[in-house]
Design a protein around this ligand. Structure first.
Ligand code: HEM
Ligand SMILES: CC(C)=CCC/C(C)=C/CC/C(C)=C/COP(=O)(O)OP(=O)(O)O
Length: 307
């Protein structure tokens, strides 16, 4: 009997299983949207089409470092994750991946992404991306999250960096346009997260995390969500006012912003868990469409003449 012939597929199955576990730690869907925003930052920063090397290496580098940050967060929070229904399945929480191998995976990914940025993009993008890694993995995860209900507001600054990273990759500097896009994601983060925190409140209470609905109650959180959607709508007008985007963007931003505000208003006035879930999912659709509109506008507006 050829035992080697039997063990090869078994090893492959095991390897694929391990790979899936590591992949899950990288919070793939969150990171996909992060990378999408970074790529749009790159495309908006280029008058024409960006250099292919910068586009590819910039995308890969930001992707890998962001994935490394997510995996590092899973490593640090493995005990907390075990206490929350939403995260108890994570291989780190279940003890299926050891802290050592998770740390090695995170550091290797971070090194790989950093090398891509240094070799084929530029030192500024590398420095900003590593600062973002530290902002999320250390400042938010280790310091702010267990301490203050404003954790996601302050920590949201690191999640808001992707367009700045994309811009820096192409231009080698960071213009006010990039900071405007950063401001938009910064203002979007509280309604995005708190709508989820409302229907996951028990999880956060069990984990002992001071999220706003736990510390200040659902009513105040719902008011905050609504107010942030109003301020967000005002903030999204800035790219048009500043002259970096045209009418296509403006109409999209106002339409999407009003929809988000309606979600926020209804959530504030007539709460239901189903509505909180819908608001959370709408927040993701909102950001995806808003950034898609920025891009569409960037390529189409020049054909329509001066706005
Ligand atoms: C500090 C800032 C942020 C916090 C605290 C936060 C929190 C969360 C949480 C807790 C989830 C998990 C939902 C679940 O698995 O049940 C989530 C999902 C998600 N977040 Fe965020 N988020 C932040 C920033 C961002 C940013 C900057 C983006 C993208 C630009 C983003 C995109 C997403 C997406 C796409 C999902 C859905 C993931 C899925 O389908 O499983 N988030 N967010
Ligand atoms: C280099 C670079 C671009 C880094 C990006 C950093 C990053 C992955 C930001 C996204 C923020 C995020 C996943 C928050 C999840 O909140 P949480 O960690 O509180 O959620 P959890 O309870 O699901 O762990």
């Amino acid at each position: 009997m050829n035992t080697q012939a039997l063990s090869a597929p078994t090893a492959l199955v095991r390897w694929r299983h391990k790979w899936r576990q590591f992949h899950a730690l990288t919070k793939p869907r969150v990171v996909q949207l992060i990378v999408f925003c970074a790529v749009i930052g790159m495309l908006l920063a280029s008058p024409g089409w960006p250099d292919w090397q910068v586009l590819l290496a910039g995308t890969a580098g930001i992707w890998w470092v962001a994935s490394a940050a997510a995996a590092f967060n899973c490593l640090v929070e493995r005990e907390l994750d075990r206490r929350m229904q939403r995260t108890a399945w994570r291989p780190t929480a279940r003890g299926e991946l050891s802290p050592r191998e998770t740390l090695a995976f995170s550091l290797a990914l971070c090194a790989l992404g950093s090398a891509a940025l240094l070799l084929w993009v530029n030192a500024l993008t590398l420095a900003l991306t590593l600062a973002t890694f530290v902002g999320y993995a250390v400042v938010y995860t280790l310091w702010l999250k267990p301490r203050t209900p404003q954790n996601i507001v302050i920590g949201g600054a690191s999640g808001a960096m992707p367009p700045v990273l994309g811009w820096a990759a192409v231009r080698g500097d960071v213009g006010p346009e990039a900071w405007l896009l950063c401001l938009i994601i910064f203002l979007w983060t509280p309604p995005h997260f708190w709508s989820l925190a409302l229907y996951r409140m028990e999880d956060y209470r069990r984990a002992g995390l001071p999220m706003l609905p736990v510390t200040h109650g659902p009513e105040l959180t719902r008011l905050h969500i609504f107010l942030y959607t109003v301020v967000l709508l005002a903030g999204t007008l800035m790219p048009f006012i500043y002259g970096m985007s045209g009418w296509i963007y403006l109409v999209s931003a106002i339409t999407l912003g009003l929809c988000f505000m309606v979600y926020g208003f209804r959530l504030w006035r007539q709460y239901s868990e189903a509505l909180a879930r819908r608001t959370f999912w709408f927040s993701i659709l909102y950001l995806s469409l808003l950034f898609a509109a920025l891009l569409l506008d960037h390529y189409i507006s020049p054909w329509l003449g001066p706005s």
